[in-house]
Write a protein that binds this ligand. Structure first.
Ligand code: GLU
Length: 481
């Protein structure tokens, strides 16, 4: 048997972290077994589906490296298939037309509520005679298609994550609607039904999805039986929870993959982290791995039943590890979009070699790629504002003279090298008989406008290459005198 799994996002929003994590588990399982990973866009909800969300989902999956083998298939292009399946169930007497009006359903719900019962359809139109149907039609009533669910039926499956699961037919809310009303006949088919028709058609062997779908699985198993198809294996992965232990929702702020990207997470760190949300490798001390490595070891035996808490600190830590291990040239490629987004211009000597040198300087202190914007701001502006501490430093006795000494020494230097920079500092210390600390602090304040920051000599060399060190020294001398 070839393993065939799918991810079936609905394009009613951007790619959500929960869907992406489900995609990760599907991908890992498919790759582990040399199977196929299929992408199906569940756009049956025409009102809420948007092409830009589909675009966002495809882009997000690609960015994460979750390449698919078949698809994307769009449910909106497969309506005939669903209608045929509805007809089949109608013919076999496993489904029927239900003419109950929304007012009648509302009254039913109210009376159930009054009796303290759970809301459920009472199957009142299950056995209509042709005369009754004709009368309802004559009244101009619309119908929906309902699939029969027997109350006595016990539905049992062996979940790959949760073990034995059993569900009682009477807990499924009565005969279920599988297609909406339509004047033209069978109308819009609904989620639980089309999923099954598609999964049968696409020969899905394992349905891997979030545990919020467990009740759907019970209904879907009955549909597989009714359609005479083999029932796939099911694996319900744990939900992603916020730090308070509640299901991660929009209220928690960032939840879509494109937002994580915007904040400066690398795709490698993010997929790595998502893999750890509910799964752990056999060697649980191993925390940093690629999708390919995880695929070798992936199994549902090591997927937790309990919800997985989303831990920003852990994600940040992983992200920083990835950034620090990325060579400067590759890291430069990753950072350029963030600089561009911030409006930074690559002009005035800010060429590729210079950028890579800058990246080598700031890379080790980045946690998120976006941090590079703030940390390199001073290299992309002509002048810097002096912080309060920097201003104080520049007022210090001897500071202006020291800076003047450096400025004069620079006059004979076409392009500064590290050794020369060190030599200039040494000379100024000696000539003016001051402490090296004063020179370093004053130089930092003058060049960067601050009293702390990245390596001073490297920063100076970078500023020197784009011709900004002299002007900043002059400005600082004026500010300090
Ligand atoms: N469209 C459903 C969702 O996004 C798919 C669920 C499933 O995998 O069956 O939740």
């Amino acid at each position: 048997m070839t393993v065939r799994v799918r991810i079936a996002p609905s394009p009613t929003g951007n790619l959500h972290i929960g869907t992406a994590r489900t995609a990760v588990f599907n991908w890992l399982f498919a790759r582990h077994h040399g199977g196929k990973f299929i992408l199906r866009i569940e756009d049956t909800d025409l009102e809420r589906s948007r092409p830009e969300y589909t675009e966002n989902i495809l882009e997000g999956l690609r960015w994460l490296g979750l390449n698919w083998d078949e698809g994307p298939f769009f449910q909106s292009q497969r309506l005939d298939l669903y209608k045929q399946a509805v007809e089949k169930l109608l013919e076999q007497g496993l489904a029927y037309r239900c003419y109950t009006t929304s007012e009648e359903l509302e009254a039913l719900r109210e009376s159930q509520k009054a009796k303290g019962e759970a809301p459920r359809y009472d199957n009142r139109h299950r056995n209509l005679t042709p005369e009754q149907e004709a009368a309802f039609k004559a009244e101009g009533r619309n119908f929906v298609i309902r699939f029969k669910i027997e109350d006595e039926r016990e539905i049992v499956w062996h979940d790959l994550v949760r073990g034995k699961m059993s569900w009682q037919g009477s807990d499924l809310g009565g005969d279920m609607v599988i297609a909406r009303a339509s004047e033209a006949g069978v109308g819009q088919p609904l989620y639980n039904f089309v999923v099954v028709v598609d999964d049968i058609d696409m020969q899905i062997t394992h349905v891997i999805r979030g545990e919020d779908h467990i009740a759907n699985t019970a209904k879907q198993i009955l549909l597989y039986e009714a359609l005479g198809a083999k029932i796939p294996e099911f694996a319900h992965s744990p939900l992603i929870l916020n730090m308070e232990g509640r299901k991660l929702s929009k209220r928690d702020g960032v939840t879509s993959i494109s937002e994580f990207k915007k904040l400066g997470f690398t795709s490698a760190a993010l997929v790595n982290y998502m893999t750890l949300l509910g799964w752990s490798p056999p060697d649980s001390t191993q925390e940093i791995f690629t999708l390919e490595t995880a695929a070798k070891e992936f199994s549902f035996e090591r997927v937790n039943k309990a919800g997985a808490k989303f831990d920003w600190a852990k994600l940040d830590w992983l992200n920083s590890q990835y950034i620090h291990n990325t060579p400067a040239d590759q890291l430069t490629d990753l950072l350029i979009p963030y600089w561009e987004e911030a409006g930074f211009k690559f002009d005035g000597g800010r060429n590729r070699a210079w950028l890579e040198q800058l990246v080598a300087l700031i890379g080790p202190s980045l946690t998120r790629l976006k941090d590079a914007v703030e940390q390199s701001q001073l290299f992309f502006t002509e002048t810097v504002e002096f912080s309060e501490e920097a201003s104080k430093q520049l007022q210090q006795e001897g500071s202006a003279a020291v800076l003047q000494g450096i400025l004069t020494a620079l006059d004979n230097q076409p392009q500064l090298q590290e050794a020369t920079a060190q030599e200039i500092i040494k000379q100024v210390v000696k000539a003016q008989n001051v402490k090296k600390g004063l020179v370093m602090r004053s130089l930092r304040a003058a060049l960067t406008g601050d009293v702390h920051g990245p390596d001073l000599i490297q920063s100076w060399l970078l500023l020197n290459q784009i011709g900004l060190d002299r002007s900043r020294l002059s400005k600082a001398i004026t500010a300090g005198s």
